[in-house]
Design a protein around this ligand. Structure first.
Ligand code: LHQ
Length: 266
């Protein structure tokens, strides 16, 4: 598949996916969804990829659904209206579930505004670093909709119900600094430092014990729905599998020999 709405490249264990419709603030149309789906399928099946970067081209990260796309155009009345649920089922739901299930860390570099589904796609990523000039807007209520793409799942878990409701009902801009303070994202950095901060993070993660990071991701996301006993059992099972792995052997050997580990990700 050739890409017209995204950029995608992979080298040295790092896959980079850039949403690339800057004149529309990288908002999603059906074609972009298809390309992202294709790129993520490649990430999933390419064992050499150990970390994925998601970012946006130009001044924005992603303004969510392209409201000019015919696939989501409101009808003149309820009878002629199109089914937004179908668009979610086809595009947004699988996208969010895929990002959360990828067995490797997904880093999101939020280079500018992240609005609507764009904000929640960022929140679905594992480590979110935002430029100071970036912001997050639950823009849905402004057009008579609810936060989708996991917004109603992520927000209360990240910031509690009071802030989740305020953000969702008011649709106000949450600036990156405040997002970091509230624990919505991992880090907010000066705009001029976004690139180097993210590159350093990517290098670190590309050299990390990938299978362990995948297990960390699985365990922490599962803990949001598990009771303690179930979670302890999940930890046991994941630890058991990792204990047979090459990276555990290498990690312990490196510690004993007082040297830096060389993890293969297995
Ligand atoms: C856009 C968009 C956009 C098209 C900026 N579409 N052109 C799921 C399933 C099914 C259906 C519905 O939705 C969903 C999920 C969703 O994501 S719903 C929420 C959709 N997103 C929004 O409501 C956000 C709309 N955008 C905005 O509110 C603003 O553009 C923000 C606050 C993001 C940025 O504001 P500014 O920095 O002032 O930029 P701008 O508004 O001037 O935008 C620049 C251009 O991008 C502009 O085009 P133009 O031709 O005038 O230069 C915008 O029309 C275009 N654009 N977002 N979502």
């Amino acid at each position: 598949m050739t890409y017209e709405n995204i950029l995608f490249a992979s080298a040295n264990g790092i896959a980079r996916l850039t949403l690339n419709r800057p004149e529309r603030l990288n908002s999603f149309n059906d074609a972009m969804h298809a390309e992202v789906r294709d790129a993520l399928a490649r990430v999933k099946t390419d064992a050499s990829v150990r970390v994925l970067l998601l970012t946006g081209a130009g001044r924005g990260f992603c303004a969510g659904q392209d409201l000019g796309d015919r696939a989501v155009a409101p009808g003149a009345d309820s009878r002629s209206a199109i089914d937004l649920g179908a668009s979610i089922e086809r595009n947004y739901k699988p996208l969010i579930l895929t990002l959360r299930a990828l067995p490797l860390p997904v880093v999101c570099a939020v280079n500018g505004v992240a609005a609507g589904a764009g904000a929640n796609i960022a929140l679905a990523c594992d480590i979110v670093v935002a430029a100071k000039s970036a912001s997050f807007i639950q823009a849905f209520s402004k057009i008579g909709l609810i936060p989708d793409s996991g917004g109603t799942y992520f927000l209360p878990r990240l910031v509690g119900t009071a802030r989740a409701i305020g953000l969702s009902m008011l649709g106000e801009r949450l600036i990156a600094e405040q997002a970091a303070e509230w624990g919505v994202i991992w880090q907010c950095v000066e705009d001029a430092h976004l690139h180097e901060t993210v590159e350093k993070l990517l290098r670190t993660l590309a050299g990390a014990p990938t299978a362990a990071l995948a297990a960390i991701k699985r365990a922490l996301y599962a803990s949001l729905r598990n009771d303690l006993e179930t979670q302890l059992e999940l930890e046991r099972d994941l630890q058991r599998a990792l204990g047979y792995g090459a990276d555990y052997r290498e990690g312990v050997a490196a510690f004993t020999e007082k040297r830096a580990p060389r993890f293969t990700g297995r």
